[in-house]
Design a protein around this ligand. Structure first.
Ligand code: FCB
Length: 469
């Protein structure tokens, strides 16, 4: 027995459902100053004393820049059909506005070709937080100029890779860049100013819309979308203060992004709350932001429980808590997907990240991670339940393929389904990866059975798979 997944969970997925694994450039690539790469805001931020829990940085990380072939062999071995990764902007345009670095672009070209050769669809993210440091000197995302530099960068990537990649995501988690990077200052670039944070969020959304328009004008064939980190918000008690605070927090996390993207407005209660810290919005901006998308990506890890006094302790739930201190709450994913589906006219949805940091037990060359396996299986079941209730789901991607540099937590938190020994860079499939591979194998076996049966009977669009062994 290598996992603790209940064998009675049954799940249904559309035949064309996409299964994947995800990473991001700064967290795995290393080669921080190699082949002409410029510095990013994260290269700089890691040098700030105390910024990263273990004092580490992404200089080497998983050395994926040199080991990419081994890594995509691993991906192929898992049996997934999609790989979500990000392009490092300063690797392809070191200062963000000057010369392009052909060696950087060549790297991603080789990666994409290697994936295609192995039958894996590339899902590219343009901005997974590693803004060229040079652009931060002129205001970074708080400056409207950065919006135009991003559109140039997006266009360049589309010209080089757009004919082969399946999807292009503009930004990963604008809330994190805005709030953790510019309001709380615990992520790069380490600014603590609410007005700047809100201006940043507006520029991220505006650059998303402008990039979509530009890429479509260029005849881009890849699907285009954005990835948001969303959670259901639950009040800690029935007290009216807790309810009011929950509505506001939901406004700041979910409606602040979903309303402009799908309704072309910012939520009025949040604008009122922000007062003078609300962003400067030019006429026409909101129409651009609401440019239709081909897909919406949602990253889900946990719910949020909100108390007006800020006193709710995650241990009160009595649930499993991950190594990040996040409550394991799979039904929140079903709830969230249904909410988004019911409240907004959304395109097909991918869960673009889902997974857990847990302590692994290494034994005889095997890596036992039953809690991670259980986490992933239960969240996949939660997606299946959303599909059963009518949500248009396109895919699910595990965070993460590899243990990697977990931002301000450094290397102490491990999210990988593949273990990385940082001293030797040796990769070992954890039990969770073996489980995922087995699960996907049963999926495709089921599909083949349906295909065989379809010649005689009515074709079924669905795969039904038991989640256990
Ligand atoms: C998300 C990030 C991803 C990773 C996971 C754990 O917020 O997109 O890079 O750090 O959290």
């Amino acid at each position: 027995m290598i996992y603790s997944v209940p064998s009675d969970l049954q799940m249904n997925f559309p035949r064309d459902f996409v299964w994947g694994v995800a990473t991001s450039a700064y967290q795995i690539e290393g080669a921080a100053i190699e082949d002409g790469k410029g510095l990013s805001v994260w290269d700089k931020f890691c040098r700030v004393p105390g910024a990263i829990a273990d004092g580490s940085d992404g200089d080497i990380a998983c050395d994926h820049y040199h080991r990419w072939q081994e890594d995509i062999d691993l991906i192929a071995d898992l049996g997934v059909n999609a790989y979500r990764f990000s392009v490092s902007w300063p690797r392809v345009r070191p200062t963000g506005s000057g010369e392009w670095n052909s060696k950087g672009m060549d790297f991603y070209e080789r990666l994409v070709d290697g994936l295609m050769k192995r039958g894996i669809q590339p899902y590219v993210t343009l901005n997974h937080w590693d803004l060229p440091a040079e652009l931060q000197f002129t205001g970074g995302w708080a400056s409207r100029d950065t919006v135009f530099r991003f559109v140039e960068y997006a266009s360049k990537v589309q010209q080089r890779l757009g004919d082969r990649v399946h999807a292009i995501t503009t930004h990963n988690e604008p809330w994190v860049m805005s709030v953790l990077g510019h309001k709380r200052g615990i992520f790069a670039p380490g600014i603590k100013d609410r007005a700047i944070a809100m201006q940043v969020s507006h520029h991220l959304l505006l650059s998303h819309g402008m990039a979509l328009k530009a890429l479509r004008e260029q005849g881009c064939t890849a699907g285009l979308g954005i990835v948001l980190n969303l959670s259901p918000m639950h009040p800690a008690s029935d007290a009216p203060q807790d309810h009011a605070k929950t509505v506001l927090e939901d406004g700041l996390l979910l409606r602040w992004y979903m309303d402009p993207l799908f309704k072309g407005t910012y939520p009025s209660d949040v604008l009122e709350h922000l007062g003078g810290d609300a962003p400067r919005v030019q006429s026409g901006d909101l129409d651009i932001i609401a440019t239709p998308m081909d897909f919406l990506g949602i990253n889900y890890y946990s719910r949020s429980v909100v108390s007006a006094a800020g006193t709710w302790d995650v241990h009160l739930s009595g649930r499993e808590i991950t190594d990040m201190g996040w409550e394991v709450y799979p039904e929140g994913l079903t709830e969230l997907l249904l909410r988004v589906h019911n409240d907004y006219a959304v395109p097909p949805i991918y869960v673009t990240e889902n997974g857990g940091a847990f302590k692994d037990v290494c034994n005889d060359g095997q890596i036992h991670d039953p809690l991670r396996t259980d986490y992933i299986a239960r969240h996949i079941a939660a997606v299946s339940e959303a599909i059963r209730q009518g949500v248009r789901m396109k895919g699910y991607m595990v965070w993460s393929l590899l243990d990697n540099f977990e931002w301000a937590s450094g290397y102490e938190k491990r999210f990988g389904i593949v273990h990385v020994d940082y001293a030797t860079q040796r990769r070992t499939l954890k039990d969770s990866a073996l489980w995922y591979r087995g699960f996907l194998h049963r999926q495709s076996a089921m599909r083949e059975n349906y295909d065989a049966a379809a010649t005689q009977t009515n074709h079924s669009e669905w795969n039904t798979v038991a989640i256990g062994a």
